[in-house]
Design a protein around this ligand. Sequence first.
Ligand code: ZN
Length: 162
Amino acid sequence: MQIQDKRVVSLSYTLKDDKDQIIDQSTDGSFSYLHGASNIIPGLENSLTGKRAGDELSVHVNPEEGYGVRDEERIQEVPREMFPDDTQIEPGMQFYAQGPDGQNIVVQVAEVDEQTVTVDGNHPLAGVQLNFDVKILSVREATDEEMEHGHVHGPDGHHHSD
Ligand code: ZN
């Protein structure tokens, strides 16, 4: 069965940057997603269309087709007093903030001095060249419920309590 829209794909992957450092890899051996539902970044999803179980491929994804390019406007200086006094603020800390459209975004602390905290609202992988090594493990039709929810259910996917 080929990978196309409305099918559930299980795969294993390793993700490296251009310096050959592993950024991420599938945990527990596999990762499942619903094809055609923007569950994964477009550059990877497009490359998988038409592939089959057993296929192995290496996919290079540019930031534009990945997590976006870095946007300097998302780097902001915030007065230190905006943060609780009893919290040690350190570079690398991540927390949720409100984005321009009211959505929750993850921002990361880039720099701290006595007066200001510099936070970066770019995705940690924004601007990064992505190199995936992917092995496709299985392909199946999505269930009606999965199509309705726009994501995978079942033993390899996400579970609902309801
Ligand atoms: Zn669901």
